[in-house]
Write a protein that binds this ligand. Structure first.
Ligand code: ADP
Ligand code: MG
Length: 322
C-alpha cells in the first residue's frame, strides 16, 4: 500500500469512530432478536442506517425483512437487543419510561398501515388532530386552528368535520399524517401507509408526505412494499434479512442537456466492518461463491471468482500479498 493510501486511510479513522455524528437518526449495528418459545428470530441482524435532518427516505424490502421492527425501534415502541440507536438527542437504548413517553409525544409522529388504527372512529378528522394537542397541554383556544391548518397541509381540510367512515382510505391516511404532525415532531415514521390503497390514492398519500417534508422540515422515513417508490423519493434504502443491503439515490443529471432528467443509481451498502453484499445476479453471472479474489486498483476494487479459468491471468495484475 502506498504512503498516500495509508494516509488517506488514517485520516478516515477518527470519522469511523464517530459513526453518524452529524446524522439525525443513527442505527448502528442494530440487532433485534424475538424469542418465541424455543425459537429465535433475528429480525434485525446488525442494521446500520443514517438519516440526515430534513431527508425523506423510503425503506423497501420483502415481507419479513425487518422493516416494521426497525420502525418500532425508531418510534420508541420496541427496544433493540443490541446495538446503538439515537434520534436527535435521544439515546433510545438508555431511555427511562418517562423519557420514552416524552420522546413519543414530542419527537416522533407515527402513521400505521391500517387506516382503522390511525384514527379514532367516533371523532371527526379535526377532533382526531385535536386529541394529541390536548394530551400535550396545548392551550385550548389554539387547538382548532392548528388542526385546520394541519389538515390543509395534507390536502384534506374539507374533511375536517367528517368521521373516518365518511372519508376514503386515502383521505383517512392523510388525516392520519395530520394527527402524526400535531405536536410538531422532527421525525415522521410511516409503516406501509399506502399498503391498503390503490396506486392513484397511494400517490396522494406520498404527495402529502413530501409536502410535510418540504413545508414543515420534518424528516420522513416511510416503509413501503412498493419498489416503484424509488421514483418518488431521493433516497431508497433496501433491507434484506435484517440489514441494509443497497440504496438507490435519485438526483438531477446536471451535465445533461435536459436539466430536468432524473437519474437513479443503485449503490451497495458497506457496513462498518467493510462488508458488502454482492447482488445475487452478479454472483450467479460470474460464479462467485465462498471465496473471491480482491484487488485494489487506483480508483476501484476488482472482484474475481476463485479459480475461474479466465481470472488467473488477470489476477496477476492485481496486488498479491505474501
Ligand atoms: P417486515 O415489516 O419487513 O415484514 P417485520 O419487522 O415485521 O418484517 O418482521 C421481521 C421478522 O421478525 C419476521 O421473521 C417476523 O416473523 C419476526 N417478528 C416480528 N415481530 C415479531 C414478534 N413480535 N415475535 C416474534 N417474531 C416477530
Ligand atoms: Mg411490516
Amino acid at each position: 500500500m502506498s504512503q498516500s493510501t495509508l494516509e488517506a486511510l488514517g485520516s478516515r479513522a477518527p470519522r469511523a469512530a464517530e459513526f453518524g455524528r452529524d446524522a439525525l437518526i443513527v442505527c448502528d449495528n442494530l440487532v433485534r432478536i424475538y424469542q418465541t418459545g424455543s425459537i429465535e428470530v433475528q429480525a434485525l441482524q446488525g442494521l446500520d442506517l443514517l438519516v440526515d435532518a430534513g431527508e425523506m427516505v423510503a425503506v423497501v424490502g420483502a415481507s419479513g425483512s425487518g422493516k416494521s421492527t426497525l420502525l418500532a425501534v425508531l418510534s420508541g415502541i420496541d427496544a433493540p437487543t443490541a446495538g446503538r440507536v439515537r434520534v436527535g438527542r435521544w439515546d433510545l437504548m438508555a431511555m427511562s419510561a418517562s423519557d420514552r413517553v416524552e420522546y413519543r409525544r414530542s419527537m416522533v409522529g407515527f402513521v400505521w398501515q391500517q387506516t382503522s388504527r390511525n384514527l379514532v372512529p367516533y371523532l371527526t378528522a379535526a377532533q382526531n388532530v385535536v386529541q394529541p394537542l390536548a394530551f400535550a397541554g396545548r392551550p385550548r383556544r389554539t387547538r382548532a386552528a392548528r388542526a385546520a391548518e394541519l389538515l390543509d397541509v395534507v390536502g384534506v381540510g374539507y374533511c375536517a368535520n367528517r368521521l373516518p367512515r365518511e372519508m376514503s382510505g386515502g383521505e383517512q391516511q392523510r388525516a392520519a399524517i395530520a394527527v402524526a404532525l400535531a405536536n410538531g415532531p422532527r421525525v415522521v415514521l410511516a409503516d406501509e401507509p399506502t399498503g391498503e390503497l390503490d396506486t392513484a390514492t397511494s400517490q396522494e398519500v406520498f404527495d402529502a408526505l413530501r409536502t410535510v417534508n418540504r413545508e414543515t422540515g420534518a424528516t420522513v422515513v416511510v416503509v413501503t412494499h412498493d419498489p416503484a417508490v424509488s421514483g418518488q423519493v431521493e433516497r431508497t434504502v433496501a433491507i434484506r434479512d435484517g440489514r441494509t443491503s443497497s440504496e438507490v439515490l435519485r438526483r438531477r443529471a446536471e451535465a445533461h442537456e435536459d436539466a430536468s432528467e432524473i437519474v437513479a443509481e443503485e449503490y451497495a451498502v458497506m457496513d462498518r466492518a467493510g462488508r458488502v453484499q454482492v447482488p445475487r445476479e452478479y454472483r450467479e453471472a460470474l460464479a462467485l461463491t465462498r471465496r473471491v479474489r480482491l484487488a485494489l486498483e487506483a480508483d476501484h476494487v476488482s472482484v474475481w471468482s476463485d479459480g475461474a479459468g479466465g481470472s488467473t491471468s488477470h489476477a496477476g495484475e492485481g496486488r498479491r500479498h505474501a
